[in-house]
Design a binder for this molecule. Structure first.
Ligand code: SAH
Length: 355
């Protein structure tokens, strides 16, 4: 059975120490050194499990390149700033961004740093960005000092979260346990967690994204002290709300998050209100969140599409239109409203494009 090695290992952990938190489950499924989802494969693209904005169209990365150019100018054109990406996937976004950056800010020189845990994806990034001699990091903590521009597309949604369900007794943590037939099942911790202060009706689920908030707070702190800005793009909600958004995707379709650990991508909707709080707690100025649609249109998506279409065949032209629609549509299936964009900037950087 696919996913069996990790399932057996998780079952053994649960038998030995009891049910595990959703955070531990996510960390094992995505990051287990041997069987973790991101450790073992390149999940992106048509043949993979899901696709992302930079894989849909070069326009996405190019517009982010223009954003980087503006921020670099607002920073006072530092001589060799750090350009960092968190979870760069195939390196497509950064390759497109650097190409656009070269014409928008020809005198900008960056030291390129990539935060990536997946060996399979590091190899793809090395191919895509060979000319830029990137340095890889396991986490953002080891990024070198200095003014920095940081980009993260669909990164914060991979970081582990804890979930709690409201019961008449209080907030009880949702835990992954074993049912009698040996399959994984979600249950509740018997005792409520008294540290959660918020109110909510019985039956609702709330999510605590500790690692995402810690990562944001840490990066905001360095940006406040050393200058620069961070751009986070992800699917999520601008207002805090209740609901279980843990989801698994394999082969471009939703699957049961417990069915085949390590074989499906496992993510949660990003709580942008919590990310914004963490950025402010780190001392950064927060811009947004805004809908991806508004961000891309403000950066000039329409003009970019027209320019591409001028040199295109009718078939290519249709593909450009389809990509614009996919990136900006606000209905179901579109990314325009589901995806939000937030920036955390050094105080005094001024208004940022797209917000
Ligand atoms: N930004 C890319 C890829 C998104 S998929 C795109 O838009 O196409 C998520 C990315 O984050 C992958 O590169 C994955 O390997 C990486 N990743 C997931 N968890 C991570 C972690 N804890 N630390 C560093 N990178 C991580």
């Amino acid at each position: 059975m696919s996913g069996a090695p990790l399932l057996a290992e998780i079952a053994a952990i649960i038998r030995e120490t009891g049910p595990i938190g959703i955070d531990r489950y996510m960390a094992l499924c995505l990051g287990h050194p041997v069987h973790g989802y991101y450790r073992t494969r390149d999940p992106l693209g048509r043949a993979g499990d899901f696709t992302t904005a930079p894989e849909i169209s070069q326009m996405f990365g190019e517009l982010i390149g223009l954003w980087i150019a503006s921020v670099w100018m607002a920073m006072g054109r530092p001589e060799r700033a750090i350009l960092a990406e968190l979870g760069p996937g195939r390196g497509t976004l950064m390759a497109d961004a650097l190409r656009a950056l070269r014409s928008a800010a020809p005198d900008a020189a960056f030291a390129l740093h990539l935060v990536e845990t997946s060996p399979a994806l590091r190899a793809r990034q090395e191919e895509a960005l060979a000319g830029f001699s990137p340095t890889w990091h396991e986490g953002p903590q080891t990024l070198p000092d200095g003014p920095a521009i940081v980009v993260a597309n669909e990164f914060f949604d991979c970081l582990p979260v804890r979930q709690f369900e409201r019961t008449p007794r209080g907030w009880c943590e949702r835990l992954v346990g074993l049912s009698e037939d040996g399959t994984l099942t979600i249950g509740l911790a018997p005792e409520p967690d008294r540290s959660l202060a918020k109110e909510g009706p019985v039956g609702v689920v709330t999510t605590l994204a500790g690692p995402a908030a810690d990562t944001m707070r840490g990066l905001a702190g360095r940006i406040r002290a050393q200058g620069g800005g961070l751009l986070a793009i992800d699917y999520g909600h601008a207002r805090p709300g209740f609901g279980d958004t843990l989801q698994a995707v394999a082969g471009h379709a939703f699957t049961d998050p417990l069915a085949a650990p390590g074989e499906a991508d496992l993510t949660v909707h990003v709580d942008f209100a919590a990310l914004a709080r963490a950025a402010r707690a780190g001392g950064a100025v927060v811009h947004g969140p805004v809908d991806q649609r508004d961000f891309l249109l403000a950066l000039g998506l329409t003009l970019r599409a027209e320019r591409l279409k001028r040199a295109a065949t009718p078939v290519q032209s249709e593909a450009v239109d389809a990509a614009v629609a996919r990136l900006t549509d606000t209905g179901r299936g579109g990314m325009g409203r589901l995806f939000k964009v937030l920036a955390a900037a050094a105080p005094g950087l001024g208004p940022l494009p797209g917000f």
